[in-house]
Write a protein of this length. Structure first.
Length: 190
């Protein structure tokens, strides 16, 4: 399937869900995932356009996940431990339970975890994990950032946590534009 962002929360893509689905259909695709940064705001339009065009929607989010916890509000510019409170993680709903958990995670991110951006953490992700598929994320993902810091043990620790929590519903995300060393580390961990 294709995995895209819409215009609703990010500049990663400038297309509406209808335009994305039309392009997917023209390419012979039958399914399209939508994962806006930190929001589920495009889901309704995605569902409407999917019904009209006959393409299966996969509803998700590119969540912001804190490396420490969702309550961490230390200064984002001066962090002695070199951690980030705004790592990316792709979360997809694979069924109704997953969609409900995705909605709950989004609510928690906006209420409990909000610090410049809506954030979750591993604790709340574990609590609301049923029915979810996880992709490790882009260069700003927890695993990629650990590899970038040359902390392969931390990268492996994160991968083991996600694999234990999500089993076959956890995927390492490798992107062609990543630096070679990051992709090599991701592939070695995978």
């Amino acid at each position: 399937h294709l995995h895209c962002h819409s215009q609703y929360s990010t500049m990663d893509g400038l297309c509406s869900p209808y335009e994305l689905l039309s392009a997917a259909k023209d390419l012979g695709q039958t399914t399209l995932a939508i994962t806006d940064h930190g929001t589920l705001s495009s889901h309704r339009e995605m569902q409407k356009a999917s019904a009209e065009l006959g393409i299966k929607p996969i509803l998700g989010i590119e969540a912001y996940i804190s490396e420490t916890d969702r309550f961490d509000r230390r200064d984002i510019r001066k962090r002695d431990d070199n951690t980030s409170v705004f790592n990316h993680l792709i979360i997809l709903a694979k069924d109704q339970a997953g969609l409900e958990n995705l909605q709950r995670l989004s609510e928690i991110a906006w209420t409990e975890g909000y610090y410049y951006k809506p954030r979750i953490d591993l604790e709340v992700l574990s609590e609301y994990s049923e029915g979810l598929i996880i992709l490790s994320g882009c260069l700003n993902g927890l695993i990629s950032k650990a590899i970038e810091r040359n902390d392969m043990e931390k990268a492996k620790e994160y991968a083991r946590w996600f694999q234990k929590q999500f089993g076959d519903d956890f995927y390492i995300e490798v992107q062609s534009h990543n630096p070679y060393d990051i992709n090599k580390g991701l592939l070695d961990i995978a």
